[in-house]
Design a protein around this ligand. Sequence first.
Ligand SMILES: [Fe+2]
Ligand SMILES: [Fe+2]
Length: 411
Amino acid sequence: MSLTTTTITQKYHDAIVDWQERNFPELDILMKHWDDYFKGVPPFQLVAKVGGLKSNIVEVGQYAGNKRFEHAKEMVGNAFFSARDIVRAQCSTELGSIQQHRLTLDKAVSDKAKFAVLRIMAEELRHAYQMFWVLDQDPTWKKPGLGDVAKQTIEELLSMELGGHVLDAFNIDFNDFLDNVTYATVIDLVGKYQLDMQQVFSYAPMARSMGPMLQEEAFHIGSGRKLLKEISQMAARGEGDYSIEDVQRAMNLWFPRGLEMFGNEQGGETAVTFGFKDKRNGTAQSEYVEEVRGVVRNVNVAIVQEHIPSVSREEAHSLIDEIEKSRDPKRGIRLEDLIAVPDLKFFRKRGPEEVIFKPYAIRGELLTERGAPLSPDEYLRYLSTVLPAKFIGSREYNKYVDQMREYLANK
Ligand SMILES: [Fe+2]
Ligand SMILES: [Fe+2]
């Protein structure tokens, strides 16, 4: 598909370069060693990439059959701000992820892993730039009576710090390299689903931005999966800095936040109605869950093969099925030697009433004590046994506790 590159207004370009110098000074190291790690891949450039469209016609929702919108002002009523909110949330995830990855860059398991993360960070910076382009290339984001919505949004985004980003997943501080890796595996994967759905976006400049971003996301997800597998294989051999339990705890931390990035699984009509996405939240979320299960299964197969080198992939699959079903050890491999994808009800703070702030365990059972569901304090004690130790007591953990107490008090 055809692709052109472009830049944004100089003052915004300078502003994002300034942001990069403060939040991602390591970009220089990446550029200096690009060819050592990514020979044959065109070096990173801070530009907007404008891809082609499958068609000029809106594909879903109330405008289906109409020409796509070239100007923000054509989006009337709630659609205008709803589109702005999607661009803002998308851009916040890009900037937030750079701030998160940076915290533990020096804990990378190898130089290769470190440079993979540096490239991911650079590409997230480009994605933020891309969202600035969406706002900057169209003067009609400036609306009489509403002021310059593009300018307000860009300035707000540039001032966001960890803790102040739009989505919860982008406020959690990384504590070790397992966070970088698990995050690239399960959080970037949500990004892939969002970008994929947004290829239908009725506002054409947003739709044109999705293809090039999706291409880059493939590297992020691929790097995450590869490293997650390598770290788990090492853990199975008793090597490296991390145990299988550490991997499991990281999964328990990130997967629930990934689920919630889709929005309430019982909603999402509006985005479809406005022609911004082609799937409702629940549909996209289920597909995502299946994909994560496949990724984790692949890691488990590798773990089994570490324990029993002679076993075929097929045999490993049936062995895992048996262990997961019976929860009993088989051929020396215990349930806790494998990685589990947490149940969808575990550690939820957003979504359906039936699950949020309810004391569900990783494997989906409602935790009880003397026949009654665990109290908030008892559940927090449980969480401290299944989440990374350094997350407990952190800013985002405290936020969860406060929100839980407030939610339960208002019931
Ligand atoms: Fe991105
Ligand atoms: Fe990414």
